[in-house]
Design a protein around this ligand. Structure first.
Ligand code: GLY
Length: 348
């Protein structure tokens, strides 16, 4: 008769199984080339760029390195914008979006509104490599992940549940929930509710052969309507690359990138000769100009009521980040060390 697993043993075996799936679909390593590698990410990606650079130096494909890098953040219960510990939808269920693009093949794969899977970016790579499609959603994405051996995991941590519960109890005066007295609520919960989380991690990499790869992975907008999908799993919006030009991705309120194809716009403007940073500022101006026509996206003064950030690398290894409203930083590893650097700001 088998002995039931303890909670610790269950968690260990789950993460071992999740870890095993991280290698599925990865390309064989090859001898390093002569080009200078660079990895960039949003500011929550210092550990991600460090891991990705280590793998690139060992000969990994740039996309595989980026996926392994962001997997650290996907598994981090303290990052409430990605993977495990991500803030849930309005019903208290964590739904994840992720996409990948591979420079050498211009391959692309994505999953949206996927539940119970710790590493959605690795599933997105399998959509790219093991289907004739680019995007799987919801229940279909989950079944596809399980077919490839990804274990189901409860992604709602205790802290995320408490934050969601406080949001649920306090967001309406006309329903039947009675909020706990403020003095009984943990300070971290109150702090987390001060802003609405639209975090996400984007990571772009160029390897020692000058090949690009990129990934964006997120739990999306906190307390979203179930089934809401942002820009992260949509090519051209939350990420885009052309192996001959540049790689780019975004964090922030995804809707404004969905209606502006922002990542595609940035790469195309680099193709036409713009410096990467100028292309990002230009895209921010476009986003502001178009979205503030819609009252939903502007405040009482007609200014944008949202935040959005871009991060990217060119084929030549130049990197840049830009944000609508500063200050903001991005993570960079240039082969020497990982560090945070300032992003350019449209509206200081
Ligand atoms: N940019 C992430 C999202 O809007 O879901």
């Amino acid at each position: 008769m088998s002995t039931p697993l303890s909670r610790r043993e269950f968690l260990a075996s789950t993460s071992a199984a999740s870890l095993a799936t991280l290698a599925l679909g990865a390309a064989p390593v090859r001898p390093p080339g002569p080009a200078r590698p660079v990895v960039i990410a949003s500011a929550n990606g210092l550990a991600a760029v460090t891991k990705a650079m280590e793998l690139i130096k060992a000969g990994a494909d740039p996309l595989d390195a980026a996926i392994a890098g962001v997997a650290i953040v996907e598994a981090d219960p303290n990052d409430h914008s990605v993977g495990l510990g991500g803030l849930p939808n309005e019903e208290g269920v964590v739904e994840l979006d992720a996409a990948v693009m591979h420079g050498p093949t211009h391959g692309a794969g994505a999953v949206a509104s996927i539940r119970n899977i710790l590493h959605p970016a690795a599933v997105a790579r399998l959509v790219m490599k093991r289907t004739k499609h680019c995007l799987l959603v919801g229940e279909g994405a989950l079944r596809f992940a399980k077919a490839h051996g990804f274990p189901e995991v409860d992604l709602l941590t205790e802290e995320a549940r408490k934050i969601w519960l406080r949001w649920r109890e306090t967001h309406s005066l006309t329903d039947d929930w009675i909020p706990a007295p403020e003095g009984e609520v943990e300070p971290a919960v109150l702090e987390a509710l001060k802003t609405r989380i639209t975090g996400t991690i984007h990571c772009s990499a160029i390897d020692t052969h000058g090949q690009l790869g990129c990934v964006t992975t997120t739990s999306g907008l906190s307390y979203k309507i179930p089934g809401r999908v942002g820009d992260s799993p949509i090519f051209g919006a939350g990420l885009y690359l052309d192996n001959a030009i540049a790689s780019c991705g975004s964090t922030g309120v995804g809707e404004v990138n969905l209606v502006n194809c922002s990542s595609f716009l940035i790469v195309e403007n680099v193709r036409r000769g713009m410096h990467l940073k100028d292309a990002m500022i230009d895209a921010l101006k476009r986003v502001v100009a178009t979205t503030t026509r819609n009252p939903r996206f502007r405040d009482a003064n007609g200014r944008p009521n949202f935040g959005v950030n871009f991060y990217g690398i060119t084929k030549a290894g130049e990197f840049a980040g830009a944000t609508l409203r500063g200050p903001a930083q991005m993570a960079v590893h240039d082969g020497e060390a990982a560090r945070l650097v300032d992003c350019a700001v449209l509206e200081p």
